[in-house]
Design a protein. Structure first.
Length: 678
């Protein structure tokens, strides 16, 4: 009540202030003395760090008391085990905020993050964080100190150093002291009094105490539940194994504090397998979309809110790029974990839009996983509450639309499907009108769409995989639903699910693929597979990458896409080790196939491009190491400059032609640097 005085009390250690209106206790103390309390003692019970509520001590407290209301507070409600924190609190979410939103609201101190490569010891990278000798070598200590002095804070240094092992923390603290840096180590065996004393020594006015500290070295114990507002330096000397723990440790320095303008974060990135979690943690992007992560590494300063900055040195940046390429984000295990986290938060089976609206894993990772292929297939395998069954034809159709169309890269197919779900016959005029009205710059591609939806586009094994996916009846003008599709749609649940996938694809198109390039359906700097390109360029049939072989001319559309793997692996034969290379962001030298000479058909077409009107599109990927996709960045159209140079391929006697092109749009600096960097 207004004006009423409240008494605050403690119940911990020797403190037993039971006459307080508000009693504060540690979980450990309270759980050991529950017999002293009547179950109805408290009207309200509030758990801090509520993500631990699955632990036995928390459970004993929760089951003992019978309050009118129970509240959990945590910054990390998603757990790595099976316990559902949201369900425990009846899925009531009073408020939630991400690190990024808190920064936007100026609730946290800005930070300047520097990703620095860890040291080579005896010429080898540190990749075994159990190798104590390497972690505590004099060379590593000197390397860390050199970087500390290089990036030092502007005022009094108050730092937390997170290590990977207890022995490492204690030895490094000792070695730092020997070099004049006042340090100590704390670990799980340190008493509360030792921890409180160390924090006081770190935060104190150095004119008032002679035993002040610059650094506290620790292993995990300060990840949460500790408040040291004056900390202005975070040093990470351990591998990032969890995005959650990374944010917890970063957060130890983000409290606002008088005299603290920012927090300096030095992350020593060794040669370990999960450094791709760093951009996930810093960006808050839980989609596991590889392009989002690559973009964050390139443009983090533009994306992170407020005055914070992010910078990686060249070695660290390259390591993270390589790991992003190699990691299988679409693994069933990852998909299941992220699905469970979202379901727990919502309290129900998520829809496709739920994934997007809650910043959860990108559903394309579900669609592209060949063990899954559709959301229905995922739910059938891994969701006990899901009991929907479909026929083989219906399952195949859902898989086709999910895998081939729902990425939104070409919306014309989706628009026609959307219209067919409402009417069994769609006139060509109505379809063309819908395309032009909703997507002004898009070509209609009626013939190409007919091929895609009548199973004529796919060839080889893909045609067999989707042999039942005939959505359109034969015809040359209007679009009529096939008998197979009509029978499938008699099931209202199938129709509803298919419509959900179609609507999702149309939505994603508007978000990611609406800025079309030069009257095409392509988007500059987006990524495409060989099959995507064949479909979007409106070829009558798909051509597999092996048959494209670097480039392919399509006479019907007069298009000539060029595909370049910029980095050549060591296992590439000399005969196909083409020395394609950028000269500048707007000029490229590409090598023809071999054997070719100045009179070969493709060279003749390129010589006469001004008169024949052929459109040459450039697609580039840095290398072939991406574990999940074979996608190329679209870099726009290019024109041959007229410079054609006959060469002999290195290591062979086979002739080829070096072709110089000018790009109509210079490659953006960040992407150019990424592609061309060693």
């Amino acid at each position: 009540m207004v004006g009423q005085e409240y008494k605050l009390g403690l119940y911990t250690g020797s403190e037993r202030e039971l006459d307080a209106n508000y009693l504060f206790s540690t979980v450990q103390s309270l759980s050991r003395h529950l017999e002293e309390f009547d179950p109805k003692t408290f009207d309200y019970v509030v758990f801090d760090e509520a993500h631990h509520v699955g632990a036995g001590s928390y459970q004993r407290i929760a089951s003992h008391f019978e309050p009118r209301f129970m509240l959990g507070m945590t910054a990390t409600p998603t757990r790595n085990d099976e316990f559902n924190v949201y369900d425990f609190f009846d899925n009531n979410i009073a408020y939630q905020i991400t690190l990024q939103r808190a920064q936007e609201a100026d609730m946290l101190a800005p930070f300047h993050y520097f990703g620095i490569h860890d040291l080579q010891v005896d010429g080898e990278e540190i990749d075994d964080y159990a190798d104590f000798a390497r972690l505590t070598s004099d060379a590593r200590v000197e390397h860390v100190i050199e970087q500390l002095e290089r990036y030092d804070v502007d005022n009094v240094r108050r730092g937390l150093v997170f290590c990977s092992r207890t022995e490492e923390a204690h030895r490094l603290a000792r070695l730092f002291c020997e070099r004049g840096y006042r340090s100590l180590a704390l670990d799980g065996s340190s008493t509360d009094q030792q921890r409180e004393d160390a924090i006081e020594r770190l935060e104190c006015d150095r004119s008032e105490r002679d035993d002040w500290l610059e650094f506290i070295f620790t292993v995990d114990i300060f990840n949460e539940g500790v408040d040291i507002p004056s900390v202005n330096l975070i040093v990470m000397l351990r591998p990032t194994e969890s995005a959650i723990i990374f944010v917890q440790q970063l957060g130890r320095g983000l409290r606002l504090h008088e005299g603290k303008d920012y927090v300096l974060v030095l992350d020593f990135i060794g040669n370990y397998k999960k450094s791709y979690l760093i951009p996930i943690a810093l960006s808050g992007d839980r989609t596991y979309n590889k392009d989002n992560l690559r973009r964050f590494i390139r443009e983090g300063n533009r994306i992170i809110p407020g005055c914070s900055t992010i910078s990686f040195d060249e070695v660290s940046e390259r390591r993270i790029y390589q790991l992003i390429d190699r990691e299988k984000f679409g693994s069933v295990r990852l998909v299941r974990n992220e699905y469970v986290a979202l379901k727990n938060m919502l309290g129900r089976i998520p829809t496709l839009m739920d994934f997007y609206e809650n910043g959860a894993i990108d559903v394309q990772l579900i669609f592209s996983n060949n063990r899954l292929g559709s959301y229905h297939a995922f739910l059938t395998k891994y969701e006990r509450e899901y009991e929907t069954k479909f026929t083989k034809t219906q399952e195949q159709m859902l898989r086709f639309v999910s895998q081939k169309l729902a990425s939104g890269k070409r919306v014309q197919d989706l628009l026609l499907l959307k219209m067919l779900l409402a009417s069994p016959i769609v006139s060509r005029e109505a379809y063309e009108r819908a395309v032009h009205e909703e997507h002004q710059s898009l070509p209609t591609a009626a013939c190409s769409v007919r091929n895609v939806l009548s199973s004529a586009f796919l060839t080889g094994g893909q045609a067999n995989t989707f042999s039942l996916c005939t959505f359109l009846a034969s015809g040359d003008r209007d679009f009529e639903i096939s008998d197979t599709f009509a029978r499938a749609l008699m099931d209202p649940e199938f129709k509803s699910q298919l419509e959900e996938v179609v609507d999702y694809g149309i939505f994603i198109h508007g978000k990611r693929f609406a800025q079309n390039y030069r009257d095409t359906s392509l988007v500059l700097y987006q990524k495409y597979t060989y099959e995507d390109v064949c479909r979007i360029l409106e070829w009558h049939q798909n051509v597999n990458g092996q048959n494209i072989g670097g480039y392919k001319y399509d006479a019907d559309t007069n298009t000539f896409p060029v595909f370049i793997n910029y980095e050549k692996g060591d296992d590439i034969a000399d005969s196909i080790r083409y020395q394609d290379r950028f000269v500048t962001p707007s000029r490229l030298i590409a090598i023809s196939k071999q054997p070719r000479n100045m009179n070969s058909p493709e060279i003749e077409r390129l010589k006469n491009v001004e008169s024949n009107g052929m459109r040459t599109h450039l697609f580039v990927r840095k290398n072939k190491s991406d574990a999940e996709s074979k996608e190329f960045y679209y870099l726009g159209e290019m024109m041959p400059t007229g410079r054609f140079t006959p060469i002999i391929m290195a290591g062979t006697d086979k002739p080829a032609v070096e072709i110089e092109y000018d790009l109509l749009t210079p490659v953006a600096d960040e992407l150019y640097d990424y592609i061309t960097s060693g």
